[in-house]
Write a protein that binds this ligand. Sequence first.
Ligand code: CUA
Length: 330
Amino acid sequence: MRRGSVIQLTALGLVAGAVGTAVAVLIPWLPVAAGKEAHRIHFVYWFATVIAIVVVSVVFAVLAYSIWKFRAGPDDEEDGPPIHGHTTLEIVWTAIPAVLVTAISIVSAVVLAQNGHAGPDPLLIQVKAQQFAWNFTYPNGKSFGYLEVPKDRSMKLDITSTDVIHSFWVPQLSQKQDAVPGQHNTIVVTPTRIGTYPIICTELCGLGHAIMRSHINVVSQADYAAWVKQGGAAGPPGLAVFQREGCGSCHTFTPAGSTGKVGPDLDDLKAEALRANRGPLASFVHESIVEPSAYLEPGYPDAMPHIFGQQLTAAELDQLVQYLVQGAKK
Ligand code: CUA
Protein backbone atom coordinates (compact mmCIF):
# COMPACT_ATOMS: atom_id res chain seq x y z
CA MET A 1 0.00 0.00 0.00
CA ARG A 2 1.31 3.42 -0.90
CA ARG A 3 2.14 5.89 1.82
CA GLY A 4 -0.17 8.47 0.21
CA SER A 5 -3.14 6.08 0.46
CA VAL A 6 -2.50 5.48 4.16
CA ILE A 7 -2.45 9.20 4.79
CA GLN A 8 -5.68 9.72 2.80
CA LEU A 9 -7.45 6.85 4.62
CA THR A 10 -6.32 8.14 7.99
CA ALA A 11 -7.52 11.65 7.16
CA LEU A 12 -10.96 10.35 6.12
CA GLY A 13 -11.13 8.29 9.33
CA LEU A 14 -10.22 11.30 11.47
CA VAL A 15 -12.89 13.46 9.80
CA ALA A 16 -15.52 10.76 10.38
CA GLY A 17 -14.35 10.34 13.98
CA ALA A 18 -14.50 14.09 14.59
CA VAL A 19 -18.05 14.33 13.18
CA GLY A 20 -19.17 11.29 15.20
CA THR A 21 -17.60 12.67 18.38
CA ALA A 22 -19.20 16.07 17.87
CA VAL A 23 -22.65 14.50 17.39
CA ALA A 24 -22.18 12.36 20.49
CA VAL A 25 -20.78 15.07 22.76
CA LEU A 26 -22.42 18.32 21.63
CA ILE A 27 -26.02 17.06 21.68
CA PRO A 28 -27.26 16.32 25.22
CA TRP A 29 -28.62 12.83 24.51
CA LEU A 30 -28.83 11.71 28.12
CA PRO A 31 -30.62 13.34 31.06
CA VAL A 32 -28.49 14.44 33.98
CA ALA A 33 -27.42 11.42 36.06
CA ALA A 34 -28.97 11.91 39.50
CA GLY A 35 -28.07 8.56 41.03
CA LYS A 36 -25.25 6.10 41.52
CA GLU A 37 -26.87 3.54 39.20
CA ALA A 38 -27.45 6.20 36.53
CA HIS A 39 -23.75 7.12 36.54
CA ARG A 40 -22.83 3.47 35.97
CA ILE A 41 -25.39 3.09 33.17
CA HIS A 42 -24.12 6.29 31.52
CA PHE A 43 -20.61 4.83 31.68
CA VAL A 44 -21.82 1.77 29.74
CA TYR A 45 -23.42 4.07 27.14
CA TRP A 46 -20.22 6.04 26.67
CA PHE A 47 -18.07 2.92 26.59
CA ALA A 48 -20.21 1.47 23.77
CA THR A 49 -20.45 4.86 22.03
CA VAL A 50 -16.66 5.31 21.88
CA ILE A 51 -16.29 1.83 20.37
CA ALA A 52 -19.08 2.57 17.89
CA ILE A 53 -17.47 5.86 16.79
CA VAL A 54 -14.12 4.13 16.16
CA VAL A 55 -15.75 1.30 14.15
CA VAL A 56 -17.92 3.68 12.12
CA SER A 57 -14.91 5.91 11.38
CA VAL A 58 -12.89 2.97 9.99
CA VAL A 59 -15.84 1.74 7.91
CA PHE A 60 -16.59 5.24 6.61
CA ALA A 61 -12.92 5.87 5.70
CA VAL A 62 -12.63 2.65 3.70
CA LEU A 63 -16.01 3.19 2.03
CA ALA A 64 -15.30 6.80 1.06
CA TYR A 65 -11.79 5.93 -0.14
CA SER A 66 -13.14 3.07 -2.30
CA ILE A 67 -15.84 5.22 -3.87
CA TRP A 68 -13.31 7.93 -4.54
CA LYS A 69 -10.42 5.81 -5.93
CA PHE A 70 -12.01 2.74 -7.46
CA ARG A 71 -15.11 4.06 -9.18
CA ALA A 72 -15.71 2.88 -12.76
CA GLY A 73 -15.29 5.39 -15.58
CA PRO A 74 -18.40 6.62 -17.46
CA ASP A 75 -18.04 4.10 -20.33
CA ASP A 76 -16.51 1.26 -18.32
CA GLU A 77 -18.85 -1.75 -18.60
CA GLU A 78 -16.26 -4.40 -17.77
CA ASP A 79 -16.71 -6.82 -14.90
CA GLY A 80 -14.57 -6.09 -11.88
CA PRO A 81 -11.48 -8.23 -11.26
CA PRO A 82 -12.29 -11.67 -9.73
CA ILE A 83 -11.31 -11.46 -6.06
CA HIS A 84 -11.32 -14.43 -3.68
CA GLY A 85 -11.25 -14.67 0.09
CA HIS A 86 -8.41 -13.27 2.13
CA THR A 87 -7.90 -15.45 5.22
CA THR A 88 -5.94 -12.94 7.29
CA LEU A 89 -8.45 -10.17 6.59
CA GLU A 90 -11.36 -12.45 7.52
CA ILE A 91 -9.73 -13.49 10.78
CA VAL A 92 -9.05 -9.85 11.66
CA TRP A 93 -12.58 -8.64 10.90
CA THR A 94 -14.05 -11.49 12.93
CA ALA A 95 -11.68 -11.28 15.88
CA ILE A 96 -11.87 -7.51 16.46
CA PRO A 97 -15.71 -7.34 16.69
CA ALA A 98 -15.70 -10.48 18.88
CA VAL A 99 -13.30 -8.80 21.33
CA LEU A 100 -15.30 -5.53 21.31
CA VAL A 101 -18.68 -7.23 21.84
CA THR A 102 -17.21 -9.36 24.63
CA ALA A 103 -15.81 -6.25 26.30
CA ILE A 104 -19.22 -4.51 26.16
CA SER A 105 -20.89 -7.65 27.57
CA ILE A 106 -18.47 -7.82 30.49
CA VAL A 107 -18.84 -4.12 31.35
CA SER A 108 -22.68 -4.42 31.12
CA ALA A 109 -22.75 -7.53 33.32
CA VAL A 110 -20.59 -5.88 35.99
CA VAL A 111 -22.82 -2.76 36.01
CA LEU A 112 -25.99 -4.87 36.10
CA ALA A 113 -24.68 -6.79 39.13
CA GLN A 114 -23.58 -3.60 40.92
CA ASN A 115 -26.89 -1.87 40.22
CA GLY A 116 -28.84 -4.76 41.74
CA HIS A 117 -26.95 -4.51 45.00
CA ALA A 118 -28.81 -2.49 47.64
CA GLY A 119 -26.13 -2.37 50.33
CA PRO A 120 -26.63 -2.90 54.07
CA ASP A 121 -29.51 -0.54 54.98
CA PRO A 122 -31.78 0.30 52.05
CA LEU A 123 -35.00 2.26 52.46
CA LEU A 124 -37.74 -0.21 51.51
CA ILE A 125 -40.63 1.29 49.57
CA GLN A 126 -43.65 -0.56 48.20
CA VAL A 127 -44.67 0.78 44.81
CA LYS A 128 -48.18 0.14 43.55
CA ALA A 129 -49.19 1.11 40.04
CA GLN A 130 -52.79 1.36 38.93
CA GLN A 131 -54.65 3.04 36.09
CA PHE A 132 -53.43 5.85 36.16
CA ALA A 133 -51.51 6.64 39.27
CA TRP A 134 -48.55 5.69 41.44
CA ASN A 135 -48.74 4.87 45.12
CA PHE A 136 -45.69 4.65 47.39
CA THR A 137 -45.85 3.03 50.83
CA TYR A 138 -43.05 3.71 53.33
CA PRO A 139 -41.80 1.34 56.07
CA ASN A 140 -43.98 3.17 58.64
CA GLY A 141 -47.09 2.24 56.65
CA LYS A 142 -47.83 5.70 55.29
CA SER A 143 -48.64 6.06 51.59
CA PHE A 144 -48.14 8.94 49.21
CA GLY A 145 -48.74 9.66 45.55
CA TYR A 146 -45.14 10.86 45.12
CA LEU A 147 -41.72 9.90 46.42
CA GLU A 148 -39.74 11.89 48.98
CA VAL A 149 -36.31 10.35 49.52
CA PRO A 150 -32.99 11.22 51.13
CA LYS A 151 -29.87 11.80 49.07
CA ASP A 152 -27.08 9.22 49.24
CA ARG A 153 -29.17 6.40 50.71
CA SER A 154 -30.04 3.33 48.67
CA MET A 155 -33.68 2.51 48.37
CA LYS A 156 -35.17 -0.71 47.26
CA LEU A 157 -38.45 -0.38 45.37
CA ASP A 158 -40.80 -3.35 45.46
CA ILE A 159 -43.00 -2.77 42.43
CA THR A 160 -46.38 -4.30 41.62
CA SER A 161 -49.62 -3.40 39.89
CA THR A 162 -53.29 -3.80 40.76
CA ASP A 163 -54.65 -3.95 37.21
CA VAL A 164 -52.59 -4.00 34.00
CA ILE A 165 -48.85 -3.83 33.28
CA HIS A 166 -47.22 -0.48 33.94
CA SER A 167 -43.56 0.43 34.12
CA PHE A 168 -41.71 2.61 36.64
CA TRP A 169 -39.13 5.00 35.25
CA VAL A 170 -37.26 8.08 36.42
CA PRO A 171 -35.06 9.17 33.48
CA GLN A 172 -32.51 10.93 35.69
CA LEU A 173 -32.11 7.78 37.82
CA SER A 174 -31.96 5.47 34.76
CA GLN A 175 -33.40 2.44 36.56
CA LYS A 176 -36.60 1.13 34.98
CA GLN A 177 -38.83 -1.73 36.07
CA ASP A 178 -42.16 -3.21 34.99
CA ALA A 179 -45.12 -3.21 37.39
CA VAL A 180 -46.90 -6.51 36.77
CA PRO A 181 -50.11 -7.63 38.53
CA GLY A 182 -49.47 -10.54 40.91
CA GLN A 183 -45.72 -10.11 40.72
CA HIS A 184 -43.19 -8.16 42.79
CA ASN A 185 -40.24 -6.77 40.84
CA THR A 186 -37.51 -4.82 42.59
CA ILE A 187 -34.97 -2.19 41.64
CA VAL A 188 -32.35 -0.35 43.63
CA VAL A 189 -32.01 3.41 43.34
CA THR A 190 -29.43 5.57 45.12
CA PRO A 191 -30.08 9.26 44.43
CA THR A 192 -26.96 11.41 44.62
CA ARG A 193 -28.30 14.76 43.43
CA ILE A 194 -30.87 16.93 45.18
CA GLY A 195 -33.80 17.92 42.98
CA THR A 196 -37.27 17.00 41.74
CA TYR A 197 -37.50 14.52 38.88
CA PRO A 198 -40.50 13.06 37.01
CA ILE A 199 -41.77 9.53 37.60
CA ILE A 200 -43.09 8.26 34.30
CA CYS A 201 -45.10 5.19 33.29
CA THR A 202 -43.36 3.67 30.27
CA GLU A 203 -45.75 0.85 29.43
CA LEU A 204 -48.83 1.63 27.34
CA CYS A 205 -51.50 0.94 29.95
CA GLY A 206 -54.69 2.57 28.71
CA LEU A 207 -56.34 5.90 28.15
CA GLY A 208 -54.41 7.74 30.84
CA HIS A 209 -50.97 6.27 30.09
CA ALA A 210 -49.47 9.52 28.86
CA ILE A 211 -50.41 11.36 32.02
CA MET A 212 -49.55 8.56 34.45
CA ARG A 213 -46.88 10.65 36.07
CA SER A 214 -45.73 11.61 39.50
CA HIS A 215 -42.48 13.02 40.87
CA ILE A 216 -39.61 12.17 43.16
CA ASN A 217 -38.15 14.77 45.51
CA VAL A 218 -34.55 14.01 46.40
CA VAL A 219 -33.77 16.00 49.56
CA SER A 220 -30.96 16.16 52.11
CA GLN A 221 -30.90 13.59 54.92
CA ALA A 222 -31.94 16.33 57.39
CA ASP A 223 -34.88 17.50 55.25
CA TYR A 224 -35.98 13.90 54.85
CA ALA A 225 -35.91 13.33 58.61
CA ALA A 226 -37.98 16.48 59.07
CA TRP A 227 -40.48 15.35 56.42
CA VAL A 228 -40.90 11.97 58.14
CA LYS A 229 -41.27 13.65 61.55
CA GLN A 230 -44.04 16.03 60.46
CA GLY A 231 -46.02 13.09 59.11
CA GLY A 232 -44.90 13.27 55.54
CA ALA A 233 -47.60 15.45 54.09
CA ALA A 234 -48.76 18.98 54.66
CA GLY A 235 -52.24 20.33 54.04
CA PRO A 236 -55.73 18.99 54.69
CA PRO A 237 -56.21 15.21 55.06
CA GLY A 238 -58.31 15.19 51.87
CA LEU A 239 -55.29 16.46 49.93
CA ALA A 240 -53.22 13.52 51.19
CA VAL A 241 -55.91 11.10 49.93
CA PHE A 242 -56.13 13.01 46.62
CA GLN A 243 -52.36 12.75 46.13
CA ARG A 244 -52.00 9.18 47.34
CA GLU A 245 -54.74 7.91 45.01
CA GLY A 246 -53.30 9.87 42.11
CA CYS A 247 -56.53 11.76 41.35
CA GLY A 248 -54.46 14.63 39.95
CA SER A 249 -53.04 12.57 37.11
CA CYS A 250 -56.49 12.52 35.47
CA HIS A 251 -58.20 15.60 36.94
CA THR A 252 -57.42 19.28 37.04
CA PHE A 253 -57.93 20.66 40.55
CA THR A 254 -56.34 24.02 41.34
CA PRO A 255 -56.14 23.63 45.14
CA ALA A 256 -54.02 20.48 44.64
CA GLY A 257 -52.00 22.02 41.81
CA SER A 258 -53.02 19.24 39.43
CA THR A 259 -53.62 19.67 35.71
CA GLY A 260 -54.83 16.23 34.52
CA LYS A 261 -57.03 16.26 31.43
CA VAL A 262 -58.36 12.69 31.14
CA GLY A 263 -61.33 13.24 33.44
CA PRO A 264 -63.60 16.23 34.08
CA ASP A 265 -62.14 19.42 35.58
CA LEU A 266 -62.81 19.30 39.33
CA ASP A 267 -62.61 23.07 39.60
CA ASP A 268 -66.00 23.05 37.82
CA LEU A 269 -67.67 20.52 40.16
CA LYS A 270 -70.56 22.85 41.01
CA ALA A 271 -71.55 23.33 37.37
CA GLU A 272 -71.19 19.60 36.76
CA ALA A 273 -73.38 18.79 39.76
CA LEU A 274 -76.07 21.11 38.39
CA ARG A 275 -75.93 19.40 34.98
CA ALA A 276 -76.00 15.95 36.59
CA ASN A 277 -78.95 16.89 38.82
CA ARG A 278 -78.22 14.05 41.23
CA GLY A 279 -78.71 15.74 44.58
CA PRO A 280 -76.51 18.05 46.67
CA LEU A 281 -72.89 18.65 45.70
CA ALA A 282 -71.36 16.44 48.42
CA SER A 283 -73.51 13.42 47.61
CA PHE A 284 -72.88 13.91 43.87
CA VAL A 285 -69.11 13.94 44.50
CA HIS A 286 -69.38 10.91 46.77
CA GLU A 287 -71.37 8.98 44.18
CA SER A 288 -68.98 9.97 41.40
CA ILE A 289 -66.05 8.52 43.35
CA VAL A 290 -67.57 5.20 44.41
CA GLU A 291 -69.75 4.68 41.34
CA PRO A 292 -68.17 6.70 38.52
CA SER A 293 -70.57 5.47 35.82
CA ALA A 294 -73.72 6.62 37.65
CA TYR A 295 -73.34 9.93 35.83
CA LEU A 296 -70.85 10.61 33.05
CA GLU A 297 -69.97 14.20 32.31
CA PRO A 298 -70.73 14.78 28.59
CA GLY A 299 -67.62 14.25 26.48
CA TYR A 300 -65.90 11.91 28.93
CA PRO A 301 -65.80 8.10 28.68
CA ASP A 302 -66.28 5.70 31.59
CA ALA A 303 -62.53 5.69 32.23
CA MET A 304 -62.31 6.16 35.99
CA PRO A 305 -61.45 2.94 37.85
CA HIS A 306 -64.42 1.55 39.81
CA ILE A 307 -62.22 0.67 42.76
CA PHE A 308 -62.25 3.63 45.09
CA GLY A 309 -65.40 2.49 46.92
CA GLN A 310 -63.43 -0.52 48.15
CA GLN A 311 -60.00 1.06 48.28
CA LEU A 312 -60.84 4.00 50.54
CA THR A 313 -62.05 3.79 54.12
CA ALA A 314 -65.27 5.67 54.95
CA ALA A 315 -63.21 8.31 56.77
CA GLU A 316 -60.85 8.81 53.83
CA LEU A 317 -63.79 9.04 51.47
CA ASP A 318 -65.35 11.75 53.63
CA GLN A 319 -62.05 13.67 53.77
CA LEU A 320 -61.72 13.50 50.01
CA VAL A 321 -65.33 14.56 49.35
CA GLN A 322 -65.01 17.45 51.79
CA TYR A 323 -61.73 18.55 50.25
CA LEU A 324 -63.22 18.53 46.73
CA VAL A 325 -66.45 20.28 47.73
CA GLN A 326 -64.56 23.04 49.56
CA GLY A 327 -62.07 23.54 46.75
CA ALA A 328 -64.53 23.58 43.84
CA LYS A 329 -64.77 27.06 42.32
CA LYS A 330 -67.81 27.01 40.06
CU1 CUA B 1 -49.36 3.07 33.46
CU2 CUA B 1 -48.71 3.55 31.24
